[in-house]
Design a protein. Structure first.
Length: 257
């Protein structure tokens, strides 16, 4: 199986920087991001409405690039998780993890027996249609698959120490808008209570030896998060990046009139 350099860097205590795709399901989007320097890309099924067929096409085009493709399924369900991996995703980002049992379920869904319950199929998308020893493929896939879970509710925050400690979890990513909404302060990520929650999640990850994740369109916020100790960093997402770049360009041109 293809080595997962993002997972390996996180395991060494390093930081990684990637981006997210919600709007542009084009054949070149993953390769464009790789050429720009992104180390990973999160392809979102939760808010995009993308079907599993769309994800299959995106995985096929992206696996040729030097970028680790991750998929965010729309729910904590085996079929979404396992099918994304079979199509070529090198890991998953799973939303709304509230209980450690959910995190354990996700970890099992991503691993072949005896470590987990993932169904076995080979010489398909995830192993690049190549022949080879099945036992070695299973071992390698279990080692290389990446699991990121998201804390997006008060209940998840209450359980974050237990969730971060689940074996097989590589990173815990704050879902800022959903978590702040659950806290009754929607979108107010500068609120003192949200800042306390952010520090608690970071401390839980550091204690468990996993990476803490943070995403934003605002570059200063991402850099500040890295300086605080967050290591799974996401510059989000394609539509907002495009819109911001276009707006900045148009304003610059109009200012030169």
């Amino acid at each position: 199986m293809r080595p997962n350099q993002v997972k390996r860097k996180l395991a060494r205590g390093e930081s990684v920087v990637g981006t997210m795709f919600i709007e542009f399901a084009t054949r070149g989007i993953g390769r464009l991001a790789a050429a720009a320097g992104a180390e990973f890309g999160v392809f979102d099924m939760e808010h995009s409405g993308w079907s599993i067929e769309t994800i299959g096409s995106l995985m096929a085009s992206t696996r040729s690039a030097d970028l680790v493709p991750l998929v965010r399924p729309p729910a904590v369900q085996y079929d979404y998780i396992a099918r994304a991996l079979d199509l070529g995703a090198m890991g998953v980002v799973v939303p709304f993890i509230d209980e450690p049992e959910q995190a354990e379920f996700v970890a099992r869904c991503t691993r072949y027996p005896p470590a987990g319950r993932r169904g076995t199929a080979f010489t398909i998308g995830h192993d690049d249609y190549a022949p080879g020893d099945v036992r070695e493929k299973m071992r390698s896939a279990n080692d290389e698959v990446m699991v990121v879970v998201q804390i997006e509710s008060i209940r998840g925050l209450e359980n974050v120490e237990k969730i971060a400690a689940v074996k097989g979890i590589d990173a815990v990513w704050i879902g800022q808008f959903d978590l702040s909404t659950s806290m009754g302060i929607p979108g107010d990520v500068k609120h003192p209570e949200f800042q306390d929650a952010q520090r608690r999640i970071l401390k839980a990850c550091q204690s468990a030896g996993v990476a803490a994740g943070y995403g934003s369109l605002f570059l200063d916020d991402v850099v500040a998060a890295r300086e605080q100790g967050f290591r799974f960093l996401v510059y989000t997402a394609d539509l907002w990046i495009y819109q911001k770049a276009l707006r900045d360009g148009l304003e610059f041109i109009r200012g030169k009139q």
